[in-house]
Design a protein. Structure first.
Length: 256
């Protein structure tokens, strides 16, 4: 059954951030009236999975002239690049939170801005849930109610306020520092998203798409600029952070 908390089935549930979590497995007994022949499988084909040897021949099958040592290096560099990207984004998130906590701790935010941002986040949760086929159309439709949205808005209020205040800070810093998004970079990123759309992703209005990409690029540029003037210390992850999506890997302290 669908609910405001995002539960759509006895097997999976979606939390307020759109993260999918597997529920405890449920076992249902087979009805005693079911005839046994119906359970007898029919073998149509037998396939065997063969793992190739990790050698130069395997590497050459991927790219002619490529050795396994070169392939191994490329894979390692790719994995490290993804790790570095994730760590950089984590640093930006925590830097943004530190800026908001220092500069706008008790600043009131108009409810219209909070509601607008909450609706965008709620729509993204529903879109992700539908794309991942975690719920049927009927269950999704049952979630699209004023009560469900208000429950989501209340549950994610702290995160929504951080997003809104962070955006206000980014815009203010960008104006002071003269940070802008290059049109060529904006067009390049938009083209990548459009190519993804062609592969089956949800269609997005072009004007809205450009606005979202520009906001993301501007946020990255501004926070990277602030990071270059801040003290960022890496600290060990705490044991109680294992199940926390925002586990504290970095401590950020913006310079005055």
């Amino acid at each position: 059954m669908a609910s405001a908390g995002g539960r759509c089935s006895p097997f999976f549930r979606t939390d307020s951030r759109g993260q999918t979590q597997r529920s405890p497995e449920t076992h249902a007994p087979l009805p005693s009236s079911l005839p046994l022949p119906a359970l007898r499988p029919q073998v149509r084909a037998v396939q065997r999975k063969v793992v190739p040897d990790l050698d130069d021949a395997f590497a050459a099958s991927i790219q002619p002239g490529l050795t396994f040592a070169q392939l191994d290096q490329k894979v390692r560099e790719g994995v490290q690049a993804e790790v570095d990207k994730a760590v950089s984004e984590l640093a930006r998130n925590q830097l943004e939170a530190a800026l908001v906590a220092r500069l706008l701790p008790d600043t009131p935010v108009p409810d219209t801005l909070v509601t607008e941002q909450a609706r965008k986040r709620w729509a993204q949760v529903l879109a992700d849930t539908r794309a991942k086929q975690q719920c049927s159309d009927e269950e999704l439709q049952a979630m699209v109610t004023p009560e469900a949205f208000e429950a989501y808005k209340a549950e994610t209020m702290d995160d929504t306020l951080l997003v809104v205040k962070g955006a206000l800070l980014v815009d203010a810093i960008a104006k002071v520092e003269g940070v802008v998004v290059d049109k060529a970079e904006l067009d390049e990123q938009a083209q990548l998203v459009r190519q993804s759309d062609a592969k089956g992703m949800e269609k997005v209005d072009d004007a809205m798409l450009l606005k979202q990409i520009e906001a993301t690029l501007l946020r990255t540029k501004v926070l990277d600029l602030v990071a270059s003037r801040a003290t960022i210390d890496k600290v060990p992850m705490r044991d109680d952070d294992d199940d926390d999506d925002d586990a504290c890997l970095l401590y950020t302290s913006p310079s005055p």
